[in-house]
Every structure is written in structure tokens, then in C-alpha cells.
Ligand binder design. Structure first.
Ligand code: NAP
Ligand code: ZN
Ligand code: ZN
Length: 349
């Protein structure tokens, strides 16, 4: 059994600490991957700290994984040792329900198997994520990654990338669409890059005045400071689409009021408390709220291929595994530019 070094949350309060465990032996359809880089998603913090309830410990977070294939099972056809591969937010699903059949394993009727904080489908093993030296995953849930891109900057595409790409595509964002992206963090900065790349007019909706220059460098055409009442008034009814990437508890109404006729708020941010919402903010302009959870395997591969073709990657700050607790503290202060990525070399020494 492949012995694996990792960092884990042992409970909701304490800092993450070293943790050793065995991955399963490689099965006929499995790919064993040596992890090179793993992005740090705000969902890692929500779950390590049990902010959504039901967390399973010990928990090795991490679902933005890029690595090198080191071994394949005898029935594997898509990968060979040496290939660069990615693993995102899910590692299994039922494979036969009506959603799995439509390549939407992320919405599996039985519930997808998360990369961590989830039980494997045997019902006995805790799935453990990418803050670790290696992972073993069925090839159906492993993605091809172009080795032409900067791999540390590719890792965040596996969650932040697909989570913003999928709803923007679903909402048909393109030339002529006025898009607001709320929250300039890991998801938000990918949302800006994709919306701009699809040809939309993009406005950053942020609580941080010091992020204006970065927002524009990332591709935003305008910057709206959401604490400035006068600016908010000016943009009332302006947008066709708002991609809500906010991680902290907040009022939906503030953003809904910025939507024009039949405008849509695409919700991807997952604060722990229910949002404030008046039905009047919805009936005005016949607005709607649409939720979206990552993407299926086919769409995730499509997104990675789109990024390789258009040279899109995340803006990252590389950290050592041992610096993870400081990185969490900085993310909670909004001090992230714009994704922390762990170099797993730091755990192999
Ligand atoms: P992040 O990097 O920490 O960024 C969150 C951003 O939210 C911050 O940078 C900040 O941007 C903004 N923000 C923070 N507090 C705020 C407040 N009180 N009011 C308004 N804005 C505030 O987080 P992330 O990794 O991008 O994740 C964002 C959220 O998406 C998390 O809740 C995460 O769990 C969720 N998520 C969902 C999915 C899905 O499938 N739906 C997938 C991945 C993550 P400004 O400084 O610009 O205001
Ligand atoms: Zn994530
Ligand atoms: Zn299914």
C-alpha cells in the first residue's frame, strides 16, 4: 500500500499538522499520481473548520491537484507513467444515474464522492485530498493536463477554474454581456479571466479598494467598490450576469439590485450562514438566482483544453506545506493574490 505523507485537520479548531497514511493499492482502472502542486481553496478552510457541518476527521484537504503519473492499473487506457495529470473536486460517482450519463457526475443523483471529507463508495474508507505526496484515483476521474502550461499555475484550474467556467458558459456569457464578478479571490480572479476571454464587458465588484489595479490587469474593464453607496447607485440595474464568488456571510440583495431585466446571479460562493434576501429584489426586473457546483469530468477537460489553447492560468503564490496555517489566516483576511499553491516537494524531503 503506497505510504503517503500529508497534512491533516484533526478537528475543527487546531492548526493542520503532519499525518501519514496508506493510499489503496492500485486497482485495474486506477492511476497513481505523484502530486507536484495542490491549490488552496476556501472550501478547504470551510471544511477543515467544519463551517458547513458534518466534517470527517482526520481530514487531508486539497482538491486542486496536478501531478505526474507513476503507475497505472492493467486496464487503464487514457494514461501512462510520466503523463501530467489533474484531479479536481470529485474522485468517483455512481456512473449510471441520469446525471452521470449526461456527463454531470458533479450532480450525481447518489451524490458525488468528494476528493476529501467524503467516504469512498466502499462506505469504509475516508477519501483524502491533495495536501499529500500522492493519490490513487480511477482514471475516469483523472484529467489530462498540457505540459506546455506552468503546472503550479494550472493546479487552481481544477476547482477555481471549472467552478467559474461552467456557470459562465451555462449563462451564455459572451460578446455584449455585461458581467459583474463579486469577490476577488481564487474563484473571482478566474471568473474575471474567463468572462473577459469570452468577450464580455467585465466589472469587478470588490470590498477591497487596493485590488483595483490587479482587477484591471486580470482583465476587468471597470472596478466597483461595493462599500461606496454612490457607485452602487450608479450601477443599479446595470448587469446581465453577476458571478457571486464571496466566501463570507453577506446580503444577496445588495448584488441583486445591480441586475437589469432578466439578470441572473450565478452563485458559487458558499458562506456558512443563509443569505439575506427579499423577494422584492427578485421580482423587480424578473431576476433569478442560479447555483452551480464545480463541473462534470467532460466539461472540466474542455476547460483545461480551453486554457491550454488560450494560455489561461491562475495567478499564484507558491508556499511550502509547512506554511499552510499562515496561508489560511491570510485568506481569511482577504490577503491572497490570487491563489496559494502548495509545492509538495516541501513534504517529500
Ligand atoms: P477566497 O480566495 O478566500 O476569496 C473570497 C473573496 O470574497 C475575498 O477575496 C473577498 O474579495 C471576498 N469577500 C470576503 N469577505 C467578504 C464580505 N464580507 N463581503 C463581500 N466580499 C467578501 O475564496 P475562494 O477560494 O475564491 O472561494 C470563494 C467561495 O466559493 C468559498 O465560499 C468557497 O467555499 C466557494 N466555492 C464553491 C465552489 C462551488 O462548486 N460552488 C467551488 C469552490 C469554492 P474582495 O476583497 O474582492 O472583496
Ligand atoms: Zn474548491
Ligand atoms: Zn450518478
Amino acid at each position: 500500500m503506497p505510504n503517503t505523507k500529508a497534512y491533516a485537520a484533526y478537528n475543527a479548531q487546531d492548526p493542520l499538522k503532519p499525518f501519514d497514511f496508506d493510499r489503496r493499492d492500485v486497482r485495474p482502472n486506477d492511476v497513481q499520481i505523484e502530486i507536484l502542486f495542490c491549490g488552496v481553496c476556501h472550501s478547504d478552510i470551510h471544511q477543515a473548520r467544519d463551517e458547513w457541518g458534518g466534517s470527517i476527521y482526520p481530514m487531508v484537504p486539497g482538491h486542486e491537484i496536478v501531478g505526474r503519473v507513476i503507475k497505472t492499473g492493467e486496464q487503464v487506457t487514457k494514461f501512462k507513467p510520466g503523463d501530467i495529470a489533474g484531479v479536481g473536486v470529485l474522485v468517483d460517482s455512481c456512473r449510471v444515474c441520469k446525471h452521470c450519463e449526461r456527463d454531470m457526475e458533479n450532480y450525481c443523483v447518489e451524490g458525488m464522492t468528494g476528493t476529501y471529507n467524503s467516504m469512498e463508495r466502499d462506505g469504509k474508507t475516508i477519501a483524502q485530498g491533495g495536501y499529500s505526496t500522492q493519490i490513487v484515483v480511477d482514471e475516469k476521474y483523472v484529467l489530462h493536463v498540457s505540459d506546455k502550461l506552468d503546472l503550479k499555475a494550472v493546479a487552481p484550474l481544477l476547482c477555481a477554474g471549472i467552478t467559474t467556467y461552467s456557470p459562465l458558459r451555462y449563462a451564455n456569457v459572451g460578446k455584449g454581456t455585461k458581467v459583474g464578478v463579486a469577490g476577488l479571490g481564487g474563484l473571482g480572479h478566474m471568473g474575471v479571466k474567463f468572462a473577459a476571454s469570452f468577450g464580455a464587458e467585465v466589472t469587478m465588484l470588490s470590498t477591497s479598494p487596493n485590488k483595483e489595479a490587479d482587477a484591471k490587469r486580470l482583465g476587468a474593464h471597470h472596478f466597483l467598490l461595493t462599500s461606496d453607496e454612490a457607485q452602487m447607485k450608479k450601477y443599479e440595474g446595470y448587469f446581465d450576469v453577476i458571478l457571486n464568488c464571496v466566501s463570507a456571510n453577506h446580503s444577496y440583495e445588495k448584488y441583486l439590485n445591480l441586475l437589469g431585466l432578466e439578470g441572473k446571479m450565478l452563485v458559487v460562493g458558499l458562506p456558512s450562514e443563509n443569505p439575506q434576501l427579499s423577494p422584492f429584489a427578485l421580482i423587480t426586473n424578473r431576476r433569478s438566482i442560479v447555483g452551480s457546483m464545480i463541473g462534470g469530468m467532460k466539461e472540466t477537460q474542455e476547460m483545461l483544453d480551453y486554457c491550454a489553447e488560450h494560455n489561461i492560468v491562475a495567478d499564484v503564490e507558491v508556499i511550502k506545506m509547512q506554511e499552510i496555517n499562515e496561508a489560511y489566516a491570510r485568506m481569511l483576511r482577504g490577503d491572497v493574490h490570487y491563489r496559494f499553491v502548495i509545492d509538495l516537494e516541501s513534504l517529500k524531503k
